[in-house]
Design a binder for this molecule. Sequence first.
Ligand code: ACO
Length: 315
Amino acid sequence: DRAEREASFEELIAADQRIEPRDAMPEAYRRTLVRQIAQHAHSEIIGMQPEGAWITRAPSLRRKAILVAKVQDEAGHGMYLYSAAETLGVDRGELLEMLHEGKQKYSSIFNYPTLTWADCGAIGWLVDGAAIMNQVPLCRCSYGPYARAMIRVCKEESFHQRQGFEILWTLMRGTPAQQQMAQDAVDRWWWPALMMFGPHDSGEAASNGHTAQSMAWGIKRFSNDDLRQRFVDMMVQQADRLGVRIPDPDLRWDEERQQHDFGAIDWSEFKAVLAGDGACNAERIAHRRRAHDDGAWVREAALAHARKHEARQQV
Ligand code: ACO
């Protein structure tokens, strides 16, 4: 019976069909998905903080309204993703506890500070741009609930990227001080955005090997380096339009590869951020824990209401 169930999983994967929660799946496949989806969900809700910090300081009512909507979208993405993870038999309370205790990761990118208003532009343009590049292929992920969640998430992310581009566009057409502020934000966010794609596929700074297995299972469709390369090629064109400089002296078009060459990523910085030594790691987790504790009464009230409702229906 077990062999039969395993065969049907392999058949579905080979035929590029979706695996659904009721289907049999190898334990390692389930664990990989829980790890990735939880990390993704945590990134969405921790990712509310860097821009959330600018809601009260947005330069106009229009910018404030857009930013509030964007940060709310991120909360929504987190919720879809926790729901997708729950279809794999885990509980969102447990996942949040693991985040709070540092037992599960969230994206390195959210451990950098947002120093000026232009950072909201750079995050939208670069960070959400990188997120789209990574997440569009996840719409074809072999696990149905994750793939379906990604469709809406990607639509919203592309709106987020455009709003970031538009913030920078406006600043680049402003005063010299505004142009300088936009360039400074791009200088600070460029390299961390490249790190979002994760370690290299091979060589010294290589990934610990999730990629090959995840690609064989149809979870990942492209390797970290392939997506990073596509991102660089796309951003060079957009930077030209914006009039910002990409802070990489080694960036140049490679006629032979028909792609851009770019400089070496500082993986020691990536490792330090993952180990908890980024500029904002402690602040992000402390803020998250505080928000969770402050929200305890809401969860309790919602639960009490649900129980009351359930009891009434049974009468
Ligand atoms: N930040 C933190 N950790 C990272 C990052 C990153 N930018 N990139 C890789 N890692 C971790 C991996 O989680 C893995 O750690 P683990 O073994 O302890 O779980 C390790 O580094 C090695 O990396 P890979 O072998 O490449 O791991 P994986 O196959 O999971 O690929 C990737 C990493 C590309 C991030 C993948 O998990 C993914 O596509 N996730 C979904 C997208 C996502 O999480 N986006 C979040 C940021 S975008 C946003 O929220 C707006």
